[in-house]
Design a protein around this ligand. Structure first.
Ligand code: BGC
Length: 476
């Protein structure tokens, strides 16, 4: 069975991860610009000041996208370029950059999908409380209006927020990401305000005339490692905490039942009346999928108290994430069944693998990424066959880029970036993806399933490392 006729094939990036030049042309600093410049918070002290230098190389990057055969491109707008203080005065040159990008995409015949918020809150708004201040819902809505007024005539698909769960968990609960707080109760408030912001920004965009407004969530199927009641309960907690926390309120107008128990004494007295406003018709959900989690109960790891266990015979990516494509199909079907058969775009899917650090004779062979894409795209096709309304797929990521606090050490790109010279080299996976696009998925059936020597070697190295790590953690 082929992919649907107008299935959209694209690749995704985000502003902080590729643009660099964070303060150029009057932009205000973001929480990431501040966080990354604080010693010790990012691997190798990566600041994001240069990243892929996309801010200065945008025209050639769009030409590259065209050469790769992309039909669509998902990018995010850095809020502080447009509104240096987060609210109030608009910075023309910042908005001009995205205007030129959208024009360049149109010229290349590439459909844009625009994300308003991919984690880079203006630092000025963080000083006013950031996601802990209820006013953020109006700040996001006002910002949405400004961007829509300028780009709405050319951009059809709008995403309000990227992965609100990561904003909440990484930013406020566990603190590994900006703004780096570690207060569970703040996580619950941040989640509530993220939800309200999505609702208000959606209403604002609709009022301006937008017809396709969505929310991008990262979902991770949670599977109990055993049938012990403790593990089953831990798995349900992990599921409520990560997968249902945003979708349940938006679609069903309520928080998942298990959520107050997850937060325990840190669950605040949220103004639940807001749920009427939060429950909104969303034109589509963006689904970001990387892995699943096989869980056991672990009281020492709050708030959800569920630890993931490694699957010894499975492959893991450079992020330490299990490669498991069948869960992707099931996930898409779960969203369909649980949330009223919404339109979906896969807005991120991909893998960081230890690619060769340098190009080899001008090439970057990345057989593991090809295998990952192949198997995950087949999983998407299986989900469509089972009735899931999936309308497009965006590979994460177009480029090797700044993987947040991990700096440039994790390579997710279809295109290799040499971070010394900033030279771009499409990897073998980019050529593979092009064949998939050109054949609307048909090439997935011809793809050889026999792994190459490089793939086997890399897999063996990875597997040895996982076994070693598992042995060490068992010892501990
Ligand atoms: C984010 C990206 C990130 C990717 C890999 C997602 O959580 O939206 O910004 O680079 O996953 O970690």
């Amino acid at each position: 069975m082929p992919f649907p006729d107008r299935f959209l094939w694209g690749a995704a990036t985000s502003a902080f991860q590729i643009e660099g030049s964070p303060l150029a042309d009057g932009a205000g600093p973001s929480i990431w610009q501040r966080f990354a410049r604080t010693p010790g918070l990012t691997v190798g002290g990566e600041t994001g000041d240069v990243a892929c230098d996309h801010y200065r190389r945008m025209p050639e990057d769009v030409a590259l996208m065209e050469a790769l055969g992309l039909q669509a491109y998902r990018f995010s707008v850095n809020w502080g370029r447009v509104l240096p203080e987060g609210t109030g005065a608009v910075n023309g040159p910042g908005l001009d950059f995205y205007d030129r990008l959208v024009d360049a995409l149109a010229e290349a015949g590439i459909e844009p999908m625009l994300t308003l918020y991919h984690w880079d809150l203006p630092a000025a708004l963080d000083r006013r409380g950031g996601w802990l201040n209820r006013d953020v819902a109006d700040w996001l809505a006002d910002y949405a209006r400004v961007v829509y007024d300028r780009l709405g005539d050319r951009v059809r698909h709008w995403i309000t927020l990227n992965e609100p769960w990561v904003v909440m968990d990484g930013g406020y609960v566990r603190g590994g990401l900006a703004p780096g707080h570690r207060v569970h109760e703040e996580g619950a408030w941040a989640a509530h305000h993220l939800l309200l912001s999505h609702a208000r920004a959606t209403a604002a965009l609709r009022a301006e005339g937008a017809e396709s407004v969505g929310l991008a969530v990262n979902l991770e199927p949670k599977v109990a490692a055993t049938d012990r009641p403790e593990d089953v309960a831990a798995t349900a907690r992990a599921d409520a905490y990560m997968n249902r926390i945003f979708l349940d309120p938006v679609v069903h107008g309520r928080y998942p039942e298990a959520l107050p128990e997850v937060f325990g004494a840190s669950w605040p007295d949220l103004p639940l009346d807001d749920l009427d406003e939060i429950q909104t018709d969303t034109d589509f959900f963006g689904i970001n999928y990387y892995t699943r989690a096989v869980c056991v109960d672990d009281p020492s790891d709050p708030p959800e108290r569920a630890r993931r266990v490694r699957q010894l015979r499975h492959l893991y990516t450079d992020m330490g994430w299990e490669v498991y494509a069948p869960a992707f199909r099931d996930l898409l079907v779960w969203v369909k069944d649980e949330y009223g058969d919404p339109a979906m775009y896969v807005t991120e899917n991909g893998a960081a693998f230890p690619d060769p650090p340098q190009t080899i004779g001008g090439e970057v062979p990345d057989p593991m990424r090809i295998a990952y894409l192949h198997d995950h795209l087949l999983a998407v096709r299986d989900a469509i066959e089972a009735g899931a309304d999936v309308r497009g797929y965006f590979a994460w990521s177009l480029f090797d880029n700044v993987e947040w606090s991990q700096g440039t050490t994790k390579r997710f790109g279809l295109v290799h970036v040499d971070f010394e010279t900033l030279e771009r080299t499409p990897k073998h996976s980019a050529a593979f993806y092009r064949e998939v696009i050109d054949s609307n998925g048909g090439a997935l059936d011809d793809a050889p399933r026999i792994p190459t020597t490089e793939a086997v070697t890399a897999t063996a190295t990875q597997t040895a490392a996982s076994l070693q790590e598992a042995a060490e953690s068992d010892d501990g």
